[in-house]
Design a protein around this ligand. Structure first.
Ligand code: EPU
Length: 419
């Protein structure tokens, strides 16, 4: 298993390009199941989760053709196997996103139930209830969701989700685009990735309004057609490199991205003392000599994202003062804290609160990555720690950060992948 060896203490300096967003790419790949015409995607990040999703839809009968460095054409006219098997779903929970589109276009789906995961139980009952409201018949047997749309297909419905769920909203939106009549999703997730999916679906002929608000209205159409869609920039990759620059007293310019979806993150970095200049397609951050500790509380968009919580814990580890990190989305998303403590951090956990008191210096050590964003926090800590940090199990990082050691190297970091 690959490891990442980091020699800490070098400020990140220079410019890198941000990749397409993992969490927009995954649902949009599933949107290809909704039409028999080809869907052409560009700015697709080269990530392990993206390859897993491509393999999953390929074994359903979708023809996948790579175009250039970051493009793919998906042709699902031969879709004949509406199955997401356990061995794929267990490696990537986002596989559940095939459920809505398969039901809508194929009329049936068999999708393994995702199990628990490192950051929480993460059930999917909201996806199931919403589809049932649209007339789907769903049985859960032997660890699989067996769903059929019935003779007349899915029909529009008014759905109020119990909590804000990102992939739940995306699944229901994809199911609704081919349903008979109008669907309204109340309490919808407002994440930019939901909006990017809606933009792609609209380009394919779907009738959707309200994406980006908590009430999405979808009028079902008979069929969707092909389209070309550029995947939006990854706001979490952007935020992660901003944090890495902030922690290392760096000065970086990130291109191919936008500050538009990062208000809550940028506000916190400004509070921490960073100097930030935003351009239309780029962000530059210059770090202060020492960061000030900043408290954060995670919440659905547009508030502070849970996917940036671990990275802010890392920067607080070396900041001046104390901060409280409050996680409200996932019940077990502090696994990185114990690893950061191995690097010399001062962190106390009390249920969903972590009290972090900055120390002058972290020290390199061997640590273990436990999930994607936890791994990112260990990279940030390793970059500022004195001496060498060896991060084990970096397959988590490869799920969501494209060519991370190459990009960090471009910014002057001393990082090497050990195979
Ligand atoms: N929830 C339920 N029941 C459901 C659905 C959700 O109880 O049926 C709960 C979850 O357990 C969680 C909360 O609702 O406590 C919110 O979960 P949500 O459904 O929004 O999460 P998700 O859709 O599974 C996506 C991202 C995550 C990101 C979360 C929150 C993708 C592929 N994944 O997950 O990304 O943390 O939204 O913003 O879009 C990551 O990239 O590292 C990552 C974990």
């Amino acid at each position: 298993m690959d490891k990442l060896l980091i020699q800490g203490g070098t400020p990140l300096l220079g410019e890198i390009a941000i990749s397409g967003a993992k969490n927009a790419a995954l649902p949009i790949l599933c949107a290809s199941l909704l039409s028999s015409d080809p869907l052409h995607l560009t700015n697709l990040p080269r990530l392990r989760d993206v390859s897993t999703m491509l393999r999953l839809i390929e074994q359903m009968g979708v023809d996948v053709a790579r175009t250039g460095d970051d493009g793919v054409v998906l042709d699902s006219h031969g879709l004949d196997n509406p199955l997401a098997p356990y061995d794929m779903v267990k490696t990537m929970r986002a596989s559940i996103l095939v459920l809505g589109p398969l039901l809508a276009r194929h009329g049936e789906a068999r999708v393994s139930l995702p199990g628990g995961c490192a950051i929480g139980a993460r059930p999917v009952e909201q996806h199931i209830h919403g589809l049932q409201a649209m007339g789907a018949e769903i049985r859960v047997e032997h660890g699989y969701i067996h769903a059929t749309a019935g003779a007349g297909g899915l029909r529009g419905a008014r759905i109020v989700t119990d909590m804000v769920t990102v992939t739940g909203t995306e699944n229901l939106m994809m199911a609704a685009v081919l349903a008979d009549g109008e669907t309204i999703i109340e309490n919808a997730a407002r994440e930019p990735e939901v909006v990017d999916l809606a933009t792609c679906l609209i380009a394919m002929g779907a009738q959707i309004s309200g994406a980006g608000t908590d009430r999405i209205r979808i009028r079902g159409v008979d069929r969707l057609h092909g389209a070309t869609h550029p995947i939006m920039a990854d706001r979490i990759e952007t935020g992660t490199y901003l944090c890495a620059a902030a922690a290392t007293r760096g000065d970086v310019r990130l291109t191919g991205t936008s500050a538009a979806y990062l208000d809550a993150v940028i506000d916190k970095l400004l509070d921490a003392g960073c100097d930030i200049v935003t351009e239309r397609d780029a962000i530059r951050l210059k770090a202060p000599r020492r960061l000030k500790a900043v408290s954060v509380r995670t919440s659905p968009y547009p508030a502070f994202p849970t996917d940036m919580q671990a990275q802010f814990m890392a920067i607080n580890c070396v900041a001046e003062g104390s901060a409280v990190i409050r996680e409200t989305i996932f019940e077990n998303r502090f696994m990185h804290a114990v690893e950061l403590i191995r690097l010399g951090a001062d962190i106390r956990i009390d249920a969903s609160n972590a009290m972090v008191t900055g120390v002058e210096q972290l020290q390199g050590a061997t640590v273990m990555a436990t999930d994607l964003r936890a791994s990112a926090s260990l990279v940030i800590a390793g970059l500022v720690a004195q001496g060498e940090t060896l991060i084990e199990r970096i397959y988590h990082l490869d799920r969501g950060y494209e060519r991370i050691e190459e990009k960090l190297g471009q910014l002057g970091a001393k990082v090497r992948r050990v195979r």
